[in-house]
Design a protein around this ligand. Structure first.
Ligand SMILES: CC(C)NC(=O)n1c(-c2ccccc2)cc2c1CN(S(=O)(=O)c1cccs1)CC2
Length: 233
């Protein structure tokens, strides 16, 4: 039986990342707004725009707290944020949905997302992803570390110092694997399943790019931040 030990410094690393992850949550009132009275597709779209824009700001703050991130080359920091923003948004969305919310809230939230002018063809992969994350019932340490691992993916476009990013990601993966072994002793495949979600997440990048071009409401407006991030308009 493998004896898994988390070192003091690894504990400190997890603590700083989880604190950052909890400090930088999307304002609850935003998700509550989605739960209030019946909205039209246009209003749902606007709410998602607002939430996604807020999520990008939250993502930047969270990323700055990943130990070692700010020591990376500045242009690589931008390349990592730009390259992981969509995946981080879908991961955060899945984590919002897998939270224990008062019964019925989750369904209402899903209904609003479904009725936001998005083409049906993207609903299936997106909701399949949400379901596969929910099934994992991740604890907050795993959620925070998985988000950090996603951001620190070295093979994003325009990353120059691949090795530096790979070293940081490796540090996160070593700790995440230990946490999974300790948290899910009965499921030795848990860590592997967690990494499998990252592969599924990458496929959503492709759908997202098509989503943007195929948005049914032709007069939809994204915020300047989202346009900058996604190279649209
Ligand atoms: C929690 C936040 C980050 N999630 C969010 O904004 N969602 C959610 C979502 C999922 C579960 C619960 C609550 C919300 C579904 C979708 C988005 C955003 N995108 S988007 O960024 O492409 C977009 C931006 C503007 C128009 S469309 C479309 C799909």
């Amino acid at each position: 039986k493998e004896k898994v030990e988390i070192t003091k410094e690894q504990q400190a690393l997890v603590k700083s990342i989880v604190d950052a992850y909890n400090r930088h949550q999307i304002p609850q009132d935003m998700t509550k707004k989605l739960l209030q009275e019946q909205y039209s597709a246009e209003e749902n779209f606007l709410l998602l725009t607002e939430m996604a824009t807020s999520q990008v700001q939250v993502l930047v703050e969270f990323t700055k707290n990943i130990p070692g991130f700010l020591s990376l080359d500045c242009e690589d920091q931008i390349a990592l944020l730009k390259g992981s923003a969509v995946e981080a948004m879908f991961l955060r969305s899945a984590q919002v949905l897998s939270k224990r919310m008062p019964n019925g809230y989750t369904e209402v939230l899903k209904e609003r997302v479904r009725n936001s002018g998005m083409s049906e063809e993207f609903m299936t992969p997106m909701f399949n992803f949400y379901k596969s994350i929910d099934e994992l019932q991740m604890v907050q340490e795993e959620q925070a570390l998985l988000t950090a691992v996603t951001i620190l993916t070295p093979d994003r476009p325009y990353v120059k110092d691949y090795q530096a990013v790979e070293r940081l990601q490796e540090t996160m993966l070593v700790v995440l694997r230990k946490l999974c072994v300790l948290q899910h002793p009965q499921d030795p495949q848990y860590f592997a399943r967690l990494l499998g979600r990252l592969t599924e997440l990458r496929t959503l990048n492709h759908y997202h790019a098509e989503m943007l071009t195929s948005w049914r409401m032709n007069d939809q407006k994204f915020t300047p931040l989202l346009c900058e991030l996604w190279d649209v308009q």
